[in-house]
Design a protein around this ligand. Structure first.
Ligand code: CTP
Length: 412
């Protein structure tokens, strides 16, 4: 995929927390960030550079100067300048006490410190060290100096440390780091694309309907398709709001996220949000029925059968289609056990959507809990476009490409 997103230099220094940098790289790449790792020599024992190269897709740089062989004329390669010119920010995670001191003093004796001495982009540090080192007046003084120079610190957490002690100094969590660095990167390089500035509302995951205080009716939707759509829409420049039923996925950084449980909660939230959005993607697997009289307490066994009466839920999508204002585009999903083209076109029209994404849920390798999907896109005019099985991230791009082919969004 082409590099559409921002570029980050990730500095890794000598701390046991360097192993967490791998997860950080994986998550950043998943957010569309092009990550270039620069490791200090002290990071080496703690940091599997090969794994970092595989995850980031770029060479881990360590040397101030290197010769790149096999170019037409063997040129002296100066990574601290060539990499920096493309970077939107530098994040040092973990930042050891020693590295923070060197940074504060302006030393430039290796690649990372040299880069930071030339950097004109935002610099963020995530310290990791023992509590006594973190609290020592020397360290505190260095952090103060850096802070005055505009370097942003993501403070460490309390927890178990490399020494086996418990205290302050554990590097901030990957989620915490992402919540700081992603807005910085996006602000420096607002994504451009066909959905630039468009407000997109995505429903995702299942809905759960209570039977009693502990039991519920639900389905196996994982929320992965909705998440992939949210990522893809953000990468195209959209402002994304997600309304998600209960899933194992954390809220996606960069989106406005609302968690709901029941169909009614999802309906209320979507009806409130829909008027302020231009594109609705109804990817949630909404429960069509709910127990008519949920019990407020856990039902006790009484040796008899238990018959549940189910009431039909309102069709959220249809209700939203009826509220539609000019310029709004609606996408519905259809979970089908058999893909019958005539029935799909009929469903697309009866749901009053601009595009229906049908998927065959009889195949366990695609659909609900899988990372893959195989979709057929149906328009109310009767066009049917079947795609082959692909990762949900690719399917999300196929769906958004189809929206944009429809001549949407209209020019402002
Ligand atoms: N949907 C909805 N509200 C419901 C049920 C479904 O908004 N109460 C939405 C789903 O989010 C999806 C689309 O309608 O975008 C189609 O869902 P699907 O379950 O395939 O269709 P149903 O309308 O429920 O029809 P059926 O299951 O009978 O085929």
């Amino acid at each position: 995929m082409p590099d559409r997103g921002p570029t980050l230099i990730l500095g890794v220094t000598g701390s046991i927390a360097a192993y967490k940098a791998l997860d950080l790289i994986r998550r950043l790449v998943g957010e569309g960030v092009s990550v270039h790792v620069v490791a200090t020599s002290k990071a080496r024992p703690f940091f599997p550079a090969m794994a970092a190269e595989v995850l980031s897709g770029h060479r881990v740089e360590t040397n101030l100067f290197s010769r790149k062989p096999y170019t037409q004329e063997e040129k002296l390669h100066v990574p601290h300048l060539s990499l920096l010119s493309r970077a939107d920010a530098v994040l040092v995670a973990p930042a050891s006490a020693d590295f923070i001191a060197r940074l504060a003093l302006g030393l430039a004796d290796d690649l990372l410190s040299t880069m930071l001495l030339s950097a004109k982009v935002p610099v963020v540090i995530a310290p990791a060290m023992e509590e006594a080192m973190y609290l020592h007046p020397a360290s505190a003084g260095h952090r103060h100096t850096l802070n005055e120079r505009g370097v942003l610190e993501i403070p460490p957490e309390s927890g178990s440390l490399a020494s086996g002690m418990t205290g302050l100094g554990r590097m901030a969590s990957v989620d915490q780091i992402l919540s700081v660095i992603l807005p910085i990167l996006r602000a420096r390089r607002p994504p451009t694309g066909v959905l630039s500035g468009v407000r997109v509302l995505i429903s995702s995951g299942p809905t759960f309907e209570p039977i009693d205080s502990v039991r519920f009716l639900g389905n196996r939707s994982s929320g992965l398709m909705g998440e992939a759509l949210a990522r893809a829409a953000m990468a195209r420049g959209a402002q994304v709001t997600v309304v998600s039923g209960p899933t194992a996925l954390p809220p996606l950084p960069g989106t406005t996220h609302y968690g709901v449980t029941t169909t009614r909660e999802m309906e209320d939230r979507l009806r409130e949000l829909f008027p302020a959005h231009q594109l609705l993607i109804m990817a949630a697997a909404v429960s069509d029925y709910r127990p008519r009289d949920p019990l407020p307490v856990k039902r006790k066994k009484d040796g008899k059968d238990w018959t549940l009466q189910l009431a039909e839920n309102r069709d959220i999508l249809l209700g939203l289609a009826e509220m539609r204002q000019p310029g709004q585009f609606l996408i519905g999903f259809a979970a089908e056990s058999v893909l019958d083209p005539a029935a799909l076109i009929k469903k697309c029209r009866s749901k009053k959507v601009d595009l229906l994404v049908a998927n065959d849920i009889s195949n366990s390798e695609t659909g609900f809990a899988s990372t893959q999907n195989e979709v057929t896109l149906v328009s109310p005019e009767g066009s049917i476009n079947a795609f082959s099985r692909a990762d949900k991230r690719v399917v999300a791009e196929q769906i958004l490409d189809a929206v944009c082919k429809e001549g949407w969004p209209p020019a402002p």
